[in-house]
Design a protein around this ligand. Sequence first.
Ligand SMILES: NC(=O)C1=CN([C@@H]2O[C@H](COP(=O)(O)OP(=O)(O)OC[C@H]3O[C@@H](n4cnc5c(N)ncnc54)[C@H](OP(=O)(O)O)[C@@H]3O)[C@@H](O)[C@H]2O)C=CC1
Ligand SMILES: O=C1CO[C@H](CO)[C@@H](O)[C@@H]1O
Length: 325
Amino acid sequence: MKIGIAGNGKIVREMIGAAKTVAGISIEAICSRAQSKAKAEKIAQECNISKVYTDYQKMLSDSDIDFIYVAVSNNVHYQYTKQALEAGKNVICEKPFTVKASETEELIQIAKDKHLFLFEAITVIYAPNYQYIKDNLKEIGTLHYVHANYAQYSSRYDKYLNKEVTPAFSPESAGGALYDLNIYNLHFIVGIFGMPKNIIYRANLGFNGIDTSGTALLDYDGFTVVCSAAKDSESVSGIVFQGEKGYMRLEGATNECALIRVNKKGETEKIVSKERYNHRMINEFIAFEQMFKQQDYKTCYENLDHSMMVMKVLEQARESGNLEF
Ligand SMILES: NC(=O)C1=CN([C@@H]2O[C@H](COP(=O)(O)OP(=O)(O)OC[C@H]3O[C@@H](n4cnc5c(N)ncnc54)[C@H](OP(=O)(O)O)[C@@H]3O)[C@@H](O)[C@H]2O)C=CC1
Ligand SMILES: O=C1CO[C@H](CO)[C@@H](O)[C@@H]1O
């Protein structure tokens, strides 16, 4: 799996560190807009990447590359991914897939038509602890309440308060708490329970109309799920599943899926900590490499069906929260 990276931001360094630990993956090139060439050059130098591009089309015509990792701001995921697929490259696209559900639908169709791999870089669905909860949730009996909360005071929020808007807080870049953090809760919940019957989103809007935090309510048969996320305040993050026979709690940030506590009536607490690597992105890159090596389009396209469902939920939440992008 020979990867060319589009982007030079915070996640790119993390991805390089994680992907480099996976056998079978190499990073061939990095591409940045001309105005930010220096940032890409610095990453290339520090991370030992041999090629730096400032022209995306040139990177797309590089025959040493078979995958593009799209790690630019959310509003340009669609454009970058579409161009890559049309150039015959497989793509790993950062979360959230696109701004609109119809864009994701179109990308999936192009990938299928061209028989290419298309992965959403979403840690959650590749985490062993997510799979554990999915497989074992029935142990706690009939569910009545689920609450997911991912609250992390953003390293960019102080700038935002000083009216310096980074992509993570910009409506033009499709940033905000729903698209940046609550997306992880939605992947987790939709991955387990499927499409909700009804979705509403109530946002706390900042001075530029971005949701700095907010809560989505997802109605399922017999129970409601609360999905909250905050970039403007810190709290205890996690997901609680409450059933008639007990409760299960995923501890910590939803994208980490670090630890599960299972408490069943009359039993001592069970702690589950399935195999984890020292970076949350390693599991997903192992899975991508395996699917590519085994030419496992079936799993890839099943995961795309899941991403598509999440995009529909995300879009309904955005519309219900009156977010202006
Ligand atoms: N999987 C994970 O754990 C994480 C995923 N992410 C995702 O990664 C992506 C990038 O986030 P992050 O690295 O934090 O963002 P940064 O704000 O650090 O970087 C933004 C990147 O987007 C580029 N960019 C911004 N606007 C445009 C544009 N109009 N056209 C082309 N490129 C543009 C910037 O390039 P330039 O320098 O030229 O402006 C820069 O490379 C997001 O989609 C985010 O959701 C982020 C963090 C964690
Ligand atoms: O996806 C993400 C996960 O964590 C980050 C914070 O550390 C977020 O900012 C980010 O966009």
